[in-house]
Design a protein around this ligand. Sequence first.
Ligand SMILES: C[S@@+](CC[C@H](N)C(=O)[O-])C[C@H]1O[C@@H](n2cnc3c(N)ncnc32)[C@H](O)[C@@H]1O
Length: 255
Amino acid sequence: MPSWIAVDHPDFRTRLRQLELPLNCLDGFWSTESELTAEVSAVLEYRDGCVQLRPLDKALGNPVTVDFIHGKTGFRFLRASHEMVVKAVAGRSKEPLTVFDATAGLGRDSFILAAAGYPVTAVERHPAIACLLWDGLDRAHLSLEGASVAGRITLNWGSSQTILAQLAEPEQPDVVYMDPMFPERTKQALVKKEMRLFREVVGEDPDGELLLEVALGVARKRVVIKRPRKAEPVAGRKPGYQLLGKSSRFDVYPT
Ligand SMILES: C[S@@+](CC[C@H](N)C(=O)[O-])C[C@H]1O[C@@H](n2cnc3c(N)ncnc32)[C@H](O)[C@@H]1O
């Protein structure tokens, strides 16, 4: 049994069809709340017009939904050009760039990059996270503030290694951006409430090294990796240069 289930309800299935997410995305995860076992720590459901991931254990924090317009992301997308992720992706390029976000997650970085004007292809492989992301982006499409930004993002469900490796040459992106989950090393990091549920459900991304290898062979200009400020570079591979933030940094690999 996985650590989460999708609550089987006709409204949720209808919403998934509206979102045009591959219908087999949640195969093997559907269940009813009455069938829950002790191993299940969160449920994915459609409630109050949003897809949400709701923890069953209070220690895992609050339900997670994707909302690009209100709250933290909303504020950040209004001043996207100041964001470090935008500076790292832009490098010294003045010309327009295409970006492939290989680890889309809840889509915050994709949305900020799109708000800075880049066309972004965003790929997420985890089915529950993909549902949250598709739902949030769909609502952004319907909002006055977010529609034009959302229009620059194309979502894909699957493994970025596979999708990147299959791109025909004219489709290869200028920049591949990666923000893989890293192992928790400190207790302090564990306390970050908003990340607890996400981490519980997604786990770690042990194949970042492989993804970097594929990305370096495909990106026309650079690969950018977000890392915790003090972490080793992925695969111990020295980047061309780094941009340092308070708790994280961006390793840039020119190609
Ligand atoms: C730390 S989160 C990314 C957060 C994201 N940058 C944001 O702004 O919300 C990492 C995500 O990348 C996804 N991921 C990791 N490796 C992947 C791969 N090879 N292909 C597709 N998705 C991947 C994980 O499932 C996880 O949801």
